[in-house]
Ligand binder design. Sequence first.
Ligand code: GLP
Length: 238
Amino acid sequence: MKVIVSDTPKELGITAARIAAEYLNGLISKKGYARIVVSTGSSQFETFEALIASDIDWSKVEMFHLDEYAGLPESHPASFRKYLKERFVSKVNLLAVNFVDGNPGIIQALSRKLLEKPVDLGLIGIGENGHIAFNDPPADFETKDAYILVNLSDTCKKQQVGEGWFANVDEVPKQAVSMSVHQIMQCGKIISCVPHAVKAKAVADTMNNDLTNLVPATILKNHSDWTLLLDKASAALF
Ligand code: GLP
């Protein structure tokens, strides 16, 4: 585990992109391609900004997507497909793009596609309640399925309302299609970009607790190549 504290979210994003670029470029020169899985959410804004400005041969990179609200149309402002198309996919020329479209019917086909080859790099955010992807506490640490249908907790829904993606908690979908915890842990390398003061408690809970599915991100400490990127505000409590 490596922890890097940057002064600002912008600096954090630049650091994340530098580490990701070095790793992806190394893989591309060794085996000709790389596979990544990406998070969304407000915490990832600066990382995507820096990634699209990086010197990476995106035409050799296949992208998978971490999670999406069940049944949410892409036209909704909170849609993560919309987010990724606007902030990443339209800005770089990726080898292939695999969205989670929020229709639980796609789980089998998407999982099959994902499991064809290992995923090299996971950019895995941490939510205010310590979730990774949409695996809210108490997270399922047991399932080996790659993508699962999960229920969203109240704390998770409140975060989404707090960030302005939905007007109130009743508007937040009750379920999401999410990469499972087990599958996230199969990424060859994991970089977690976790800026902002609202994440300080989740960061402290992650660092100060032993493995517990009540703080799902604690499992990342068991990964052999995990880098946690914080800014001063998110690092304040640990
Ligand atoms: C979000 C997203 C995930 C992200 C995580 C943390 O809700 N669905 O893709 O990794 O939770 O990000 P944020 O706190 O910015 O939402």
